[in-house]
Design a binder for this molecule. Structure first.
Ligand SMILES: [Zn+2]
Length: 295
């Protein structure tokens, strides 16, 4: 039962960096994969943490970065790109993202004004699709389309280290007892999410660790338990939120019920301390409305 949340190297080639969602520690992870002095940064975090991220890269001897790959085009994964690029002027950086992300990144307001965040347009240099291999100085990274959360979500699979980086595509599982569904707008599609879960189950025997954006790396038995249970967790969360909403409860009350009934053992969100969860529940309700699942 290992959940790696500490910053730094966690397998022969991969590093976890805390990108501090809303400046809260251990809520948003970005990753660097390094091989023979080639480095790829997976996601960039929010603009307000750019300076800190560069400092962290330097402290971990992960500077410079040659490639940046976006798992998908939600602002918390892409927004600091321009600031990072300015701060890393001395290095040529290639941008990689799924084919479906190209337009979204060129016009980021489409995806992100839903949440009330602004992002400057980003040009993609290398487009990716299912089955593509990124060769990182001899280390092969395979791309899997994991749609559902968004229609541009990808997972990056490293067969040497048996690690898969999934961004937000599967679930948010911030600690063993705190999980949140990922039906985030505006392009969420449940049928595609269920296909992504099936794809993940097919990969189970090839996976020793799963690296989440929110938050950290689950290894061994933990990783396999998540693969086995993620679909149940998703429906439990979704059905709970819909039920509480249809009872006519306020966002604050739905949040309380979610904590009480769905994640009662959570250490992050307790009866006394629910800050951050309410924001998440509210976003999820907006998305359920946009998807026509509630009125
Ligand atoms: Zn997302």
């Amino acid at each position: 039962m290992v959940h790696i949340i500490k910053e730094g190297k966690f397998n022969a080639n991969t590093y976890l960096i805390d990108a501090e969602f809303f400046k809260l520690e251990k809520t948003l992870a970005i990753y660097v994969i390094e091989n023979n002095n080639s480095r790829i940064l997976i996601d960039t975090g929010e603009a307000l943490t750019a300076r800190k991220i560069v400092k962290k890269l330097k402290n971990l001897n992960l500077y410079p970065i040659q490639k940046i790959l976006f798992t998908h085009a939600h602002w918390d994964h892409i927004q600091s790109y321009h600031k990072l690029k300015n701060l890393m002027k001395d290095s040529e950086i290639e941008v990689l993202a799924h084919l479906n992300a190209v337009d979204v990144l060129k016009n980021p307001e489409k995806m992100n004004e839903f949440f009330g965040y602004s992002v400057d347009p980003i040009d993609v240099d290398v487009t990716l699709k299912e089955g593509d291999i990124i060769n990182l100085g001899g280390l092969e990274l395979e791309i899997f389309e994991f749609f559902g959360h968004t229609q541009d979500s990808i997972a990056i699979y490293d067969s040497k280290n048996k690690n898969i980086i999934v961004g937000d595509a599967i679930i948010d599982i911030i600690d063993h007892n705190t999980f949140l569904p990922v039906f985030f707008g505006p392009n969420f599609k449940e049928e595609d999410l269920l296909k992504s879960y099936a794809k993940l189950r097919n990969l189970k025997q090839k996976i020793d660790s799963i690296s989440f954006a929110h938050f950290g790396v689950y290894t061994g038995e933990d990783a396999h338990n998540i693969i086995d249970n993620v679909e149940d967790m998703y429906f439990k969360a979704k059905n709970g939120i819909i039920k509480y909403y249809n009872e006519g409860l306020s966002i604050a009350d739905i949040t309380e019920k979610y904590q009480e009934n769905i994640i009662p053992q959570s250490k992050l969100f307790t009866k006394e301390s629910i800050r951050g969860l309410e924001w998440n529940i509210e976003q999820n309700i907006q998305c359920l409305k946009a998807a026509g699942l509630i009125d």
